[in-house]
Unconditional design. Structure first.
Length: 244
C-alpha cells in the first residue's frame, strides 16, 4: 500500500468515525425519579447518539413516555426486529432500575420486554450502566418515605446489586452514571484524535549528530537509526575512551 492509498484509507476511517453515532438503548422501569436531569443529559449528547427507548408497562401507565420521542424512537410494544437489532447496540443505559427489576435481573428473570432486552444484552456482553437511585433504601428519599427501617431488606438489595455486578452491570450513583456515560462517549473522540495525530515512537526516529552529542554513552551500543555523521562521532568517541 503506497502513501496515497494509505492517506485515502485514513480519511475514510476518520469520516466513518466522525459521522457514526453510538446506538444507545435506554431501558426504564416503573419510576421517573430525576427525569428532568436524565433527559437533559441524554439531550446534551444527542449529536453523538442514536437513542432507542424501551419502558416497562408500569412506567407507561403512570408516567408520560411521549416526551422521549424528542430524543429518539420509543418502542412501546415488543418489536420482532428489536432482538435482532440488539447486536448493533453499543450501550444499554438503565436510568430507572426499580427494586422489583433489580431482583429479577439478579435472578435471571426476564418476564417482560425491557427485562428481556437487558437479559439478552448481558448474554451478548453489551456494556450495561444502571443508576441505583430508584432502588436505594438508605438515602434521603427513602428516609423521607420511612422505607429504611429494615436492615435485612437493605442487605438483600445490596446482595442483588453485587450479583448484577458479577453479570456485567455497572451499578452506579446517578452522578457516577453520568460520568461513566460521558466517558463512554468521549472514547470515540479520543480514537479520532489518536488517528489524526499518530504517535511517533523514539525507535523510529533518526538520530542526528546533535542528538548523540548530548549523551554519547547512551547511544554507543544503540541499534537505533542515525545519520552517518552521528555514527562516525560515536565511533570516534568510543575510540577515545579505549585510549584513556
Amino acid at each position: 500500500m503506497n502513501a496515497e492509498e494509505l492517506e485515502l484509507l485514513l480519511k475514510k476511517v476518520l469520516t466513518e468515525l466522525t459521522e457514526r453515532q453510538y446506538l444507545v438503548l435506554v431501558v426504564g422501569f416503573g419510576s421517573n425519579q430525576k427525569e428532568e436531569h436524565i433527559f437533559s443529559l441524554l439531550e446534551k449528547h444527542q449529536s453523538h447518539c442514536q437513542y432507542q427507548f424501551v419502558f416497562s408497562k408500569a412506567y407507561q401507565e403512570f408516567f408520560d413516555s411521549s416526551k422521549w420521542e424528542q430524543l429518539g424512537r420509543v418502542i412501546r410494544t415488543a418489536d420482532a426486529t428489536m432482538l435482532a437489532d440488539l447486536a448493533q447496540v453499543d450501550l444499554i443505559l438503565i436510568p430507572y432500575l426499580t427494586r422489583n427489576s433489580l431482583a429479577k435481573l439478579a435472578l435471571g428473570v426476564a418476564d417482560n420486554w425491557p427485562l428481556t432486552l437487558v437479559n439478552q444484552g448481558l448474554l451478548m456482553a453489551k456494556p450495561v450502566m444502571a443508576a441505583n437511585h430508584c432502588w436505594l433504601t438508605d438515602n434521603e428519599f427513602a428516609a423521607f418515605r420511612e422505607i429504611n427501617q429494615n436492615p435485612a431488606m437493605q442487605k438483600l438489595y445490596y446482595d442483588h446489586e453485587a450479583k448484577l455486578k458479577t453479570l456485567g452491570v455497572q451499578s452506579l450513583t446517578l452522578q457516577d452514571w453520568k460520568v461513566a456515560f460521558e466517558g463512554f462517549i468521549a472514547k470515540k473522540n479520543q480514537i479520532i484524535e489518536q488517528i489524526k495525530t499518530p504517535q511517533v515512537h523514539s525507535s523510529t526516529k533518526v538520530l542526528t549528530l546533535k542528538d548523540v552529542k548530548q549523551d554519547p554513552l547512551a547511544y554507543l551500543s544503540s541499534s537505533q537509526k542515525m545519520t552517518d555523521l552521528a555514527r562516525e562521532f560515536l565511533n570516534e568517541h568510543q575510540g577515545e575512551g579505549r585510549h584513556n
